[in-house]
Ligand binder design. Structure first.
Ligand code: EPZ
Length: 431
């Protein structure tokens, strides 16, 4: 995708209705999980995002038959004839979720050679818990020229994660599905996309119980069939749109979401004075007056998601009073606040704590998206600001949001893409 910037004319209220796309982090787990099957799988409600595009490239490189129709949100994967178990670094580093190829290929073939994953630069992001789980299942692991080589016949095991890890929980679950015997995973992450991935695997013949709790039990199966599955709506896109609605003092109704996944955000928005109502798969967000500062602390699900901390802190730049935001999951997830200072926001960062003093107004400025959710936070800041905001490195936003600017424009925003001359550099492409 050629480099472009987003140009936002701020100060317009968002009003109207839109829909939420399929879950990014669910899709990025379920697509590699299809490789565990013997027969074709059909996935529905997949988002049209760059990370899915990168994953399709990886699956095709491996030899899987992939037919993706983004306009129909549908993908068919035929995993029958893989020609290689190697995911080269040039492909693995395009995204974080390439680590799922380790679990999927190891589970299916007992051998995988995968480059280290890329992903947002949020500080140190080791995968030691993934590797610990694979080892406990019987894999021998070595590093060869920067590639992780995993090999061995897998047997069920009891594995307690040292910390709660979303990727680690899913990855070890993938491999254990085709191990011999039973596996029990404890201290698991409980995010909705872990449940969704387990539901998909069960649909194609796996036997997984307990996903969504901190203990997951897996009976290894000698083979998994194929089948169809519809992925859940994106929790973080839902939240980003909810926050954008509040930030512009708008009135927006979102369709196709799961309100119970949004409880931590909804509670905080209500505390700030934002009106949030929901029924069935619909959420409405309205804000008429100013909103209050809050104290926010990111936690694993069902706590406040780290992925919404950045969009939420954009909203806090205009709250009445000073907010305290504690980032408990990642070392370095406040770079967007440095950028927002150029727009008149006031914040002080002390390690994993940010103090954000609300200001009456933000003004437009050229800024750089530091990472995916940081980019979304800058879009929200741009919508709130007086004048024109230009967001460089905006390709990073398209990695995880389906046509974000189109959705916001349909609600009354004014955002356009403009090509960027090749001599203008933002952050290194770090996602
Ligand atoms: C997943 O990242 C998501 N990525 C992230 O989404 C999300 O922010 C994160 O989970 C937390 O919800 C995908 O699903 C592709 P973790 P992941 O393992 O798996 C430490 C987005 O914007 N840790 O739960 O990398 C780790 O360093 C993104 O959509 C280890 O120390 O997150 C971190 O501090 C970005 N060793 C914490 O645990 C390990 O082996 C949680 O990481 C694994 C993790």
């Amino acid at each position: 995708m050629p480099d472009y910037k987003l140009v936002i004319e701020g100060g317009r209220e968002l009003r109207g209705e839109t829909y939420v796309s399929g879950g990014k982090n669910t899709s990025l787990a379920v697509i590699p999980a299809t490789l565990l099957a013997e027969h074709p799988c059909q996935l529905d409600n997949l988002p049209d995002i760059e990370d899915v595009r990168a994953l399709v490239q990886i699956l095709r490189h491996l030899g899987a038959g992939v037919e993706w129709r983004p306009d129909q949100k549908q993908m068919q994967v035929d995993p029958a004839k893989l020609r290689t178990n190697t995911v080269p670094f040039r492909l693995s580093q395009k995204m974080r979720a390439s680590y799922y190829l380790m679990g999927a290929l190891l589970g299916r073939y007992g051998y995988a050679r995968v480059g280290y994953p890329g992903g947002c630069n949020l500080g140190s992001r080791p995968i030691d818990q993934h590797l610990k789980g694979f080892r406990a299942l019987g894999a021998q692991i070595r590093e060869e020229n920067g590639m992780v080589v995993l090999e061995g016949k897998l047997r069920g095991a009891k594995i307690n994660f040292d910390m709660v890890t979303v990727g680690g929980t899913i990855n070890v679950m993938l491999a254990a599905c085709r191990a011999e015997g039973d596996t029990v995973l404890t201290n698991c992450a409980r995010e909705p996309h872990i449940v969704d991935t387990a539901n998909f695997l069960n649909r194609i013949g796996a036997r997984i119980r307990g996903a969504g709790t901190d203990t997951i039990r897996i009976r290894g199966m000698s083979k998994l069939n194929g089948g169809g599955y519809t992925v859940i709506p994106d929790q973080i896109e839902t939240g980003t749109l909810m926050i954008a609605a509040a930030a512009t003092r708008g009135d927006v109704t979102l369709h196709g979401c799961i309100p119970t996944h949004m409880e931590a955000l909804t509670a905080k928005l209500l505390e700030m004075g934002v009106l949030v109502t929901s029924r069935d798969d619909i959420i409405t967000v309205q804000l008429r007056q100013g909103h209050r500062a809050i104290r926010l602390s990111t936690q694993e699900y069902p706590g406040f998601p780290t992925d919404l901390q950045q969009p939420m802190s954009a909203l806090l730049t205009r709250a009445l009073g000073t907010s305290e935001v504690i980032e408990n999951i990642f070392d370095s997830r406040f770079k967007h606040l440095d950028e927002m200072r150029k727009m008149g926001a006031k914040s002080v960062i002390n390690g994993r704590v940010a103090y954000i003093e609300g200001v009456p107004e933000l003004h437009g400025a050229p800024v750089t998206a530091p990472d995916l959710r940081g980019g979304a936070a800058l879009v929200i800041a741009g919508l709130m600001a007086r004048g024109i905001t230009e967001i460089y490195n905006s390709e990073t936003i398209a990695r995880g949001y389906e046509h974000l600017e189109n959705k916001l424009n349909a609600l009354g925003g004014s955002i356009r893409r403009e090509p960027v001359a090749s001599d203008v550099y933002g952050y290194a492409n770090s996602l």
